[in-house]
Design a protein. Structure first.
Length: 380
């Protein structure tokens, strides 16, 4: 039985192939990515490039070299927001979705304080879905330098209708940054077709990789100043920052162990054992439990494998503790590092119990969860 329902924090279990890489990576001497010509280093460098190509296929981008690796989506979002040149111009506006995570909100708040810029929240529906019909009328104007879209909420699992949003934002001439932290494993992004300018992602959630891995995509590298500078094995005779991609944004020795392990995870991603329809049916069952509110997408077709729960008398922390200590069910309680999303939903005073699935969960595991919920709600 898989009693772990906190995959929106980090995924479990991990693919066996990934664990074997972690166990045996240092059985041979390995130099740094792209720096050495010995067989082991060349082999591992090739693995990293194969990972880049696989991620380019997932993102649907033709320029694989514009995918940069880093330790997580938070680093990628910081690198983009702090390096994007138009955000250094006082008076610029960042237009954001109502479901942004603190990985966007904290660096953005700091930029607003230091650079004289500001942000506006896009018009939206009660579940946090951006209201594309109102985008044009509420557009902040030509000073809008960037739009930030959290593709899948880490609070209620709502997936934004990114195609219609992107079409409208392009019509208004607004570049797009997508936070895809929760999306891998369930949806492709089609960044080229939709004209998305930036994407940030992490390796340790839906991609089933180890912590300390992730990356970001930049369509126009000249529009961003690198967050870090240093050695990258290219033009070592010069002390200027290189322009070649991906080296321009990858100073220093990367997490080669983590990236090679992530490459194995991405190469062996399983399909979800629970269909979206089964998951939504389970959410319907939860919603029928007395006193329980299920925070989810209003549209079943845009429901990711994440939801949140609140109870009319039990605090989320109490519900989570009961699920853990009575049934061994691991969930997460609190604000999930997304206070803006909670304000949008109206759950900011108490937070929620969050439940998030893995590809490895089965219908039997789902029934275990439902049984545990019924017990803690009716026998408290």
């Amino acid at each position: 039985m898989n009693r772990y329902f906190d995959n929106a924090t980090t995924s479990y279990p991990k693919p066996e192939e990934m664990k074997r890489v972690l166990a045996h990576f240092y059985d041979v001497p390995v130099g740094s990515y792209g720096r050495s010509a010995d067989e082991a280093t060349l082999s591992i460098t090739l693995k990293v490039e194969e990972l880049r190509d696989r991620l380019a296929a997932w993102l649907d981008v033709s320029e694989a070299s514009h995918i940069l690796f880093c330790e997580n989506a938070t680093f990628g979002l910081n690198a983009i927001l702090k390096g994007y040149k138009p955000l250094r111009k006082p008076g610029s506006i960042v237009w954001i979705s109502p479901m942004e995570h603190n990985a966007v909100m904290r660096p953005l708040t700091a930029l607003c304080a230091g650079n004289g810029i500001s942000y506006r929240i896009m018009p939206h529906l009660p579940d946090g879905t951006i209201d594309t019909a109102r985008l044009a009328e509420e557009w902040p104007g030509s000073q809008t330098a960037l739009a930030c879209i959290n593709l899948e909420s880490n609070v209620n699992g709502m997936m934004q209708p990114i195609e219609s949003i992107a079409n409208e934002l392009h019509r208004l001439g607004v570049p797009i940054l997508c936070d895809a932290t929760q999306l891998p494993g369930t949806e492709r992004i089609e960044a080229d077709r939709l004209g998305i300018d930036f994407v940030a992602f992490t390796g340790h959630k839906g991609l089933l990789g180890p912590s300390g891995t992730g990356g970001y995509f930049i369509r126009h590298p000249e529009s961003v100043e690198p967050l870090t500078a240093g050695g990258n094995g290219v033009h070592s005779e010069s002390m200027d920052i290189t322009v070649e991609m991906p080296d321009r944004f990858m100073a220093g020795t990367p997490n080669m162990l983590g990236l090679v392990a992530l490459a194995e995870s991405v190469a062996h991603l399983p399909a979800y054992g629970i269909t979206q329809e089964q998951w939504c049916d389970a959410l319907d069952e939860m919603a029928e439990m007395e006193g329980l509110t299920v925070w989810r997408s209003a549209d079943r077709k845009r429901q990711g494998y994440v939801c949140s729960l609140t109870h009319e008398t039990l605090l989320p922390s109490e519900t989570g503790d009961l699920l853990l200590h009575r049934h061994g069910l691991i969930t997460r309680t609190g604000l999930h590092c997304a206070p803006l999303a909670h304000r949008t939903l109206g759950t900011d005073k108490t937070g929620t119990v969050r439940i998030s699935l893995s590809p490895y969960h089965t219908s039997q595991d789902l029934q275990l969860l439902l049984t545990g919920l019924r017990d803690v709600l009716h026998n408290r």
